[in-house]
Design a protein around this ligand. Structure first.
Ligand SMILES: C[S@@+](CC[C@H](N)C(=O)[O-])C[C@H]1O[C@@H](n2cnc3c(N)ncnc32)[C@H](O)[C@@H]1O
Length: 237
């Protein structure tokens, strides 16, 4: 039985190399590792979650799919005590959490800096915090993809440690340099989602008598992207 994956998780799955040993952190229902195992992409999966309920759900789904012999289940915070070296994990998947939490989890384990370990990251919020942390801590964002799920657009990142610190503009941190360059069909809607949020924030700060220069500069940087040239600041619809 292979259930179709939500596009956000499908984007994450597309970054996994055949023969992978994956660790899915915050696995919840375990849809992602089960998809990877059932489709012959991963050969083994560690599924972990900080909460007992989601981990039980993961186990139940794995049992239904007949995949428990190819999985290990761990109740833990992030990568703490996960012992990824025990199974030879070469892909770490962290999707469906905020960017700051993902960055915290990555920073707490030296394993994320091992050569050849691919990090597949799907922040649901604060992607700029995650990209900033990656840039400042020597992680290269090798690729990004956009996905639309339940009417919202998300970026999914593929990153690897190479020890090189990088810097990005505020617009690149928010939208992702690769997404800006790729300009794939979802990009314009994705950028407009962010323009809408930034405009709401500017209005709120104006009402509160707070400075808005940083947000205005960010908005203008987005509006001058080649793909947004004829957008004229409109964020409606
Ligand atoms: C919204 S679900 C995401 C499920 C799945 N990864 C996805 O993207 O659809 C977030 C899951 O992360 C788990 N979680 C939250 N903080 C965590 C942490 N620090 N370490 C491990 N799991 C965590 C939650 O218990 C929950 O099951």
């Amino acid at each position: 039985m292979t259930r179709p994956l939500d596009p956000r998780l499908a984007a994450a799955a597309s970054f996994v190399n055949p023969g992978a040993v994956v660790a899915d952190i915050g696995t919840d229902h375990a849809y992602l590792p089960l998809f990877l195992l059932e489709n012959g992409i991963a050969r083994f999966a560690v599924a972990s979650d900080i909460n007992r309920g989601p981990l039980e759900r993961a186990k139940e789904n794995a049992e239904k799919a007949g995949m428990t012999s190819r999985m290990r289940f761990v109740l833990t915070d992030g990568l703490t005590g996960l012992e990824p070296e025990r199974d030879g994990v070469d892909h770490i998947l962290i999707c469906g959490m905020g960017g700051e939490l993902i960055a915290r989890i990555l920073g707490e384990s030296a394993y994320t800096r091992r050569p050849g370990v691919r990090l597949i990251l799907g922040p649901m919020s604060s992607p700029e915090e995650l990209r900033l942390w990656l840039a400042e801590n020597g992680f290269r964002i090798a690729e990004e993809k956009l996905a639309e799920s339940a009417g919202k657009r998300y970026a999914v990142l593929l990153a690897e440690y190479d020890g090189v610190r990088r810097s990005f503009t505020p617009c690149e941190l928010l939208l992702g340099r690769a997404n800006i360059e790729n300009n794939e069909p979802l990009f314009r809607g994705f950028a407009r989602d962010w323009l809408k949020r930034i405009n709401t924030r500017i209005e709120g700060r104006r009402r509160g008598g707070l400075p808005t220069e940083e947000d205005e500069a960010l908005r203008d940087e987005i509006l001058t992207l080649p793909s947004m040239k004829d957008d004229c600041g409109s964020t409606g619809g």
